[in-house]
Design a protein around this ligand. Structure first.
Ligand SMILES: [Zn+2]
Length: 752
């Protein structure tokens, strides 16, 4: 391992032992037993696809199949590092050995037949792409992660041979990584090569990474460094798909290795723009597999995207060290991070929407299944990584001392710089309850700083050390406690669990809008968009607000329908609209695209989600066009469109109790999702109740709605666990809207 030239501000504390209890502990065990251990036997193609790469007839694989083994090894190794489970250790040792044994003599470790390898000879046998370099990137990450944890030299040598192969093929040969198929995926080897350089000091890995980096500026690559330096937010860069995050992880590694303020600034700006524009109310990241700059965007919040976001946030914590960054890691883990996994540990989702349903990825993206890999897809082999990454942020170390980032029942041990063993035990039911008791037990008394993360939402926090209250506790910062710590020292913390609210824009009544919409199509998606003077196929009227335009695609090709209306405005104004589309959708105002989102269809449930937009109007006539594009033939095109009237006093809001997002699930209520009553933030009184039912949620709270009726809400991660509809955007009266700021990235407020 070579030394960084520019040290991270903070680094994970290497835990000498760790025991997580409560829900996190239960999930670690569940995912080990129900997913990690059974997976290779239940899905033998995870390795067999490598063994049979040249056997004929060649099989039809999805382009990214080569990533499965690497992604699986990464999350499994991280979870093993926490639990130390000997059964898991033996399992992973064998898995890594079996994987390494399938590497070809030239270092190749993908599933593709010789003529189609590395994207340098053209397309795969199916006529599509292979994403082969992307697969090798995940193999490097998986093997190195396992090596760091286990010291398994065979895995390390295997990862090095991949680096050697990449250099032999691409360094000084005239071939360029960015020319190999899909740019934004394959360029992720940039990150892998820099990790290999850090571990080995082998200069050519660094040199090849520098060559890959040069092509960041070559369209259609993402311009990940120059773009943010020139003020582009991530969603405005040329490649705002989620895979880009894995290339971007290389930028911060390059900074640590080599310095250069541009690298640090670019990474930091990208992260902040993602936080502002694309981290949703549940901690999930991106919409329709990419950043759109709109955290209210209803399109699929893919598991892989939230995993990549968590990995990026971990590196952001290393880069800048602020407690607000660690707040994000907690927030994502406790909400989307647990929500994207079945509580049983057996499966993960592809999409974990803010409002909607949870569907196992093996169903939602079943197109990725193949013989002997019915459960393998990009998300299933990736999702548990969020759980495993907790070990990298639970405790961190900086020049000052140790920071406590994770709160929850656990016992964590580490050694100070003077090799003094310290055990921190947390007695608590956090995040279900606000109180945490920390017991600090060093082997012998030693002076060091223990910094407590005070979350930005905890405005009133009480901290008591050995019975003495600490003054000057500030939310959104670390509380630094410097003293000579000795056995039996106790810290009692009580966080601010008064409800806080993220208010989503103005309240609109969409029920009383009537307008005439011209319908063009369905027709082929590549036909020109309708223009002035074209005759519509028909016109439809929105009556009593929503317009439901169910259409069936008539061709065997990708179909598109356009809905056009004219809106007259006296002045510069906004037009609030609401729609849902079981497809990809674009919205144009006066021929300018103001919105684009995509959704992999998951059946009729798509109509559960309603996209709300505020469209800009200018004085005079405005042409408003909604375009719905269906990516598969013979499916139903639907668009529901309404126009809102402003001034109604029931905005949508997300309700938080501590770090937990609360959600409606009809299992715990008598009313349906369609008729959830409004809540009054000024008078609401939420009390915890103990559910005595099968499949109990992690947290259940009860309150009265504005009319005095009982409404029960559960934590987001448990909502919809039995397959039913849930909602996390609820009507709340009397909550204040707040803008995104660096100190309040959740935009949450409490009523005065
Ligand atoms: Zn995925």
């Amino acid at each position: 391992m070579i030394e960084y030239r520019f040290s991270p501000v903070t680094e994970p504390v290497r835990l000498t032992s760790s025991t997580f209890e409560g829900e996190i502990g239960r999930r670690l065990q569940a995912v080990t037993e129900q997913w990690i251990l059974p997976t290779p036997d239940a899905n033998p193609a995870i390795l067999e696809m490598f063994r049979e790469r040249d056997r004929k007839p060649l099989t039809h694989k999805i382009p990214w199949a080569g990533e499965f083994a690497g992604k699986y090894l990464t999350h499994s190794a991280l979870i093993y590092a926490i639990t130390g489970d000997p059964k898991l250790e033996a399992h992973l040792k064998k898995f890594a050995h079996d994987l390494a044994a399938l590497q070809a003599a030239d270092g190749y470790l993908g599933p593709w037949a010789t003529p189609y390898q590395l994207g340098i000879h053209g397309q795969s046998p199916n006529g599509g792409t292979t994403w082969d370099l992307w697969g090798h990137y995940h193999a490097i990450v998986g093997l190195l992660t396992w090596y760091e944890i286990s010291g398994d030299e065979e895995a390390f040598a295997c990862a090095r041979r991949i680096g050697d192969m990449l250099c032999n093929v691409f360094l000084g040969t005239g071939r360029r990584v960015y020319e190999a198929e899909r740019y934004e995926m394959n360029m992720a080897v940039y990150h892998g090569l820099l990790l290999l350089y850090r571990h080995t000091g082998e200069k050519r890995y660094f040199d090849l990474a520098a060559e890959v980096e040069k092509d960041f500026e070559t369209p259609p690559a993402g311009d990940y460094i120059r773009g943010p330096l020139n003020g582009l937010k991530f969603h405005e860069t040329p490649q705002p798909r989620w895979e880009s995050l894995h290339s971007i992880l290389g930028i911060v590694e390059r900074y640590f290795l080599d310095g250069g303020d541009d690298y640090r600034t670019a990474f930091s700006r990208l992260w902040w723009s993602m936080l502002e524009g694309d981290r949703h109310n549940n901690g999930g990241f991106s919409s329709g597999e990419r950043a759109t700059g709109n955290p209210y965007d209803i399109y699929a919040i893919e598991t892989c995207c939230t995993v990549a976001w968590t990995a990026m946030t971990l590196d952001m914590l290393r880069l800048e060290g602020d407690s607000i960054i660690a707040d994000e890691l907690e927030f994502t883990l406790f909400n989307s991070g647990l929500g994207l996994m079945s509580p049983s540990g057996r499966w993960v989702t592809y999409d974990t929407p803010m409002d909607g349903r949870r569907i196992a990825s093996a169903h939602a993206i079943v197109f990725q299944a193949r013989p002997a890999s019915s459960e393998l897809n990009c998300c299933s082999v990736n999702g548990p990584r969020i759980l495993g990454m907790v070990k990298d942020w639970a405790l961190t170390r900086n020049t000052d001392g140790i920071s406590v980032n994770y709160y929850g029942p656990c016992t964590l041990s580490f050694e100070t710089t003077s090799a003094n063993r310290v055990v921190i035990t947390q007695e608590t039911d956090y995040p279900r309850e606000s109180k945490v008791t920390l017991r600090i037990s060093p082997d012998h008394a030693e002076e060091f700083t223990l910094a407590l993360r005070i979350p930005h939402w905890s405005e009133r926090t009480s901290v008591i050390v050995n019975g003495v209250a600490v003054e000057g506790v500030v939310s959104g910062q670390y509380l630094k406690l410097k003293r000579k710590w000795q056995a039996s020292d106790t810290i009692e913390i009580d966080f601010d669990f008064r409800l806080h609210y993220w208010v989503h824009g103005n309240g609109y009544d969409y029920a009383d809008y009537e307008a005439e919409w011209q319908v063009f199509g369905p027709e082929d998606a590549d036909a020109p968009l309708p223009s002035e003077g074209d005759t519509p196929k028909r016109t439809i009227q929105s009556v009593g607000g929503h317009l439901d335009a169910g259409l069936r695609s008539f061709t065997s090709r990708v179909s598109r329908a356009c809905f056009v209306t004219n809106v007259h405005s006296e002045r510069d104004d906004i037009l609030p609209i609401i729609f849902s589309a079981g497809a990809r959708a674009e919205v144009f105002v006066n021929d300018e695209k103001v919105y684009a989102g995509s959704l992999v269809s998951d059946g009729p449930d798509t109509t559960l989600r309603q996209m709300r937009l505020e469209l800009p109007l200018r004085p005079g006539n405005n042409k408003v066009m909604l375009v719905v594009i269906m990516s598969k033939p013979h499916e139903t095109l639907t668009a529901t469109i309404g126009r809102g009237e402003s001034g109604k006093d029931y905005p949508l809001a997300s309700i938080y109790r501590g770090p937990l997002l609360l959600a409606f699930d009809h299992r715990y209520n008598t009313m349906d999702a369609e008729s959830i009553p409004a809540l009054d933030a000024a008078t609401i009184n939420m009390e915890r109740v103990e559910p005595s039912i099968e499949f109990a949620p992690w947290l259940l709270v009860s309150c009265r709605d504005a009319n005095g009726e009982t409404l029960n809400l559960c934590d987001f991660a448990s909502a919809g666990m039995t397959g039913n509809v849930y909602r996390s955007w609820l009507n709340v009266i009397g909550a204040k809207e707040a803008a995104f700021t660096a100190g309040n990235p959740l935009r949450s407020t409490r009523p005065a």
